[in-house]
Structure formats: structure tokens, C-alpha cells
Ligand binder design. Sequence first.
Ligand code: FNR
Length: 343
Amino acid sequence: MTAASEPRPRLVYADKIILAPMVRIGTLPMRLLALDYGADIVYTEELIDWKLLRCVRRENDVLKTVDYIDKTDGTVVFRTCARERDRVVLQLGSCDAGRALRVARLVESDVAGIDLNMGCPRRFSVLGGMGAALLGQPEKASGMLRGLVEGLSIPVTCKIRVLPSLEATLELCDTLASSGIAAIAVHGRTIDERPQHANRNYVLKKIAEHLSIPVIANGGSKEIEKREDIFRFKQDTHCSSVMIARSAEWNCSIFRSTEMLPMEQVIRDYLKLAVDYDNSPSNTKYCVQNILRELQESPLGKRFLETQTLEQICEVWSMDNYCRAKTQEYRVKGFQGRFEVAP
Ligand code: FNR
């Protein structure tokens, strides 16, 4: 995978089923799993601008990935590969137009789109002027988006939450859409609402009817347990596309056009990708924990919770032979599982 920019198809956001951005869940193995199962577009977890600016870009010839590696501690901040290049959207956490554009230019050749997170209500984001803080500064947010739209060759989107009033939400959407963004993802809850609150599907419908760009409906996982529910959510909201977070976190095979797979199969499919892409044990464990959920209390779950290495995690699902063979293959090719980065 090279940065050489041969002409690429421009990502289209209409009529798509999309993996939502999810911190620690939306790393490379989960994104590839979602694509394998049938997702059209996958968003990365939110990546904070200054963290990416601290990175160097390295092509990993053994894993066949592009890695953005933190210069200070050698950790992989963002790993991607050719298989997702035309369908992955990198979500940025930023409060600064200049920084956002610098980061977006850094990764532009490796991703299909850039998204600005405007919905995150976490204290860390809001106090830093990022995420949901931008909902209260539509002109600033629109300026940041315009800067990205004008400075990049790939499409730009943003992901927002609804505001308490419909009028204010539509006004916000108008301001943001005037920046030239290609689509807008809307989570139908306000900053103060939690997952147990009903998603405001009627507001999503009004936005979809109001805007001319594709609107991506989000927030429906509470009612999405199988494939048909995705289409019901789409129909209820009149939105062009649907973006799924928690239902995919729990069972990523929700993206399959045929029946969903049992949890064990999803875990095994996920672990194969985690091994293939040398995902960190801690991130792998976190993702599997979120698939297992209450089953962590079962004997198998308890055995799993004691694991520390990728091989030990794989052993719980009888995949330790695969893990060892792959690790050995990578070692022979000269990859030790971690980069040495010159300071
Ligand atoms: C999220 N969400 C989120 N949103 C975002 O814009 N950037 C992010 O990095 C994250 N991270 C994240 C992590 C986890 C574990 C969850 C469950 C959620 C919010 C998410 O994208 C989505 O807006 C909500 O979960 C509502 O959609 P669902 O879950 O009803 O499909």
C-alpha cells in the first residue's frame, strides 16, 4: 500500500449501512470484520488531532498495513490497510481548524473520508472544546468543516447529536451543511440523554426531509436486534443511510444480509483478524469482553478474564495454534510485533 495517489473512487454516503465510530472498539480488526460481514462504510474510533500529529507514518511490509506510530512511546495510534482504504472514514476529535486540516492531510491518502466528532459528551472532550462542545458553536464548527472540505481531496462529514428543540437542530444542520460536507450523521439523542432514553426518530426524519445531503441515522441500536430492524429504523427516520454502534459492538454479524452468526463464531472471526493484524492484547480483550457481556460471569468467561496475551485469549476459543503459527510466520519475516521509532 503506497501513498501514491492513483485515482480513487469518491466515497458515496447515500444508501449505506455503516459501522459507527466507537472508542477502543473501532480498531482495525473490528472494522475489517464489519466489512467482511457486509458493512458498506466503517468509521474509526475518534482519534484526537494532537495525538495523530505526534505520529510518524510507517508502512509495515509484513502485516501489509500502514501504521501511524506515536513518536514518543512507539504505540500504534492508527493502523489501516488496503482492504479498507476506499471505505474507511477517520473520525477526528478536534477544536482547531488548523490542526484538524494538518492531521487530515497527514492521513488523506490512506482513508476514504474524514469525519469531525461533534457529539461526544465526555468531560475530556467538552472541556477541551471538542465533541459536543462544537454543537454550541455552529459557526466555528462550520468553519472547521469548510477548511477541511476546501483543503482535502476526500469527502468530509460530521457526526452530531440533536438539540433539545427541533428548530434549533434544523438551524444547526443548515449551518453545518453550508460548509460543503458530503453527509451528516445524526444521533437522535441530546447531550444530556443516555442510551435508555428513546431515540428522537421524528427529529431525524425532519432533518432528512430538510437537507439535500445524505443524512445518516444513528441511535437506533436499542431497537436493532436483527437485519430487518436496520431497515425499519431507516424507514422510520426517512434517512438515506443507517449508522450502527452498540448492536455491532455486541454482534458484528448484524451487517450480514443473511442470518446473524452465533457469538462464538463472531469471536473466532474477530480473533483471527486480531492475530492477523497483531492487535494489542488489551484492545483485543476489551472488544471480546464487549461481545461476551454478561457471559463474562460464565466458566468460559471467567477463564477468558484471566488471560493476558493474545495467545492465551485465542486458547479459550481453541485458536492458540493459529496464533502461534502466525506469530512465528511474522517473526521469520522479521516483524517483532512492535516498531522501534527514532525519537
Ligand atoms: C460510542 N460513540 C461514539 N461516538 C463518536 O462520535 N465517536 C466515538 O469515538 C464514539 N465512541 C463510542 C464508544 C462506544 C463503546 C459506544 C457504545 C459509543 C457513540 C456511538 O457512535 C453512537 O452515536 C451511539 O452509541 C448511538 O448509536 P447506537 O449505539 O444506538 O447504534
